[in-house]
Design a protein around this ligand. Sequence first.
Ligand code: 2P0
Length: 329
Amino acid sequence: MNPDLHKIISSILPHTQPRKQAGQAYAPANIALCKYWGKRQESLKLPLTGSLSISLAQLGTHMRIELSETDQLIINDEAQDIRGKAATRLFEFLSLFRAPDTHFKIKSLNTIPMAAGLASSASAFASAVNALNDLYQWELSAQQRSILARIGSGSASRSIYQGFVEWHRGEQADGMDSFAERLDTEWPDFRIGILTLSDAKKTVGSSEGMQRTIESSTLFESWPAQVDKDLPVIRQAIRDQDFDTLGKTAEQNALSMHATMISAWPPVLYWRPESVATLHQVHQLRQQGLSVYATMDAGPNVKLLFKEKTRNELLQAFPGLQVVEPFSA
Ligand code: 2P0
């Protein structure tokens, strides 16, 4: 085990570990409005920049971790190959927290459409940390859970909270100041629309994609400056409930991130023809006066940002649109 990881984790966990037979918890998925793309340190998943997201309320991962004789992983009622990529990554992470002779039976239920490429590592690793917190009765703060979830997957640091969430870059080498916090702004009529355009399997995972971008894209040199410009604007637009400033800054931020990916070699091109057609359609709707913006992550699908009053027009334009109300109870 990486000695830093061991030291950091034991500095967070309480010394006594009373435990139950099983722990369970939920964590929402999240969509970044100012994206995280690039690490300054790999094993602790320390980001090059801060980022800011909105969590997806009831769309996320329910996880139950039960003490067991063997390691098992069941996702949406289907037993997974324990040697598969996703299972290996999850169990390597969980092994950081358990005695060597301990085994877990994990049952995970995703309420987010898997085909949307949104059932990402964020809600999985955040729900895993929350479930461990329940199993071992650690009673960790949200900030401590955010740090642990970050070690599993960077974006999972943000999935510890609902609402608007900022992940601070931090400066320290041990990552103890690189955690997410909830912004104390509610925005009841803010909506996210999910468009599942393609279920083509992801060709390049995020970790590999960001590494390749850093190594081979000269455009990437400008990415931290883009975030420095966008993050305060997005934070302030949320405080002011200034939807158009938020929307256009978030869309430009997403497209700037994709520009760096596309200029990597080999190109990290997540876009499909349907993705580009949808971006054009969004731009056309804006020209017609509709206040709607787009964002995209490490996959071909497009997410829309809009307000409740625009819902019906957008459902007409995009019949398959799944509308998320991030501030519904
Ligand atoms: C984000 N993404 O901010 C960005 C936008 C994808 C594009 O966070 O290597 O799965 O586990 O830290 O968290 C996806 O990256 O990567 C991601 P790791 P993660 O949402």
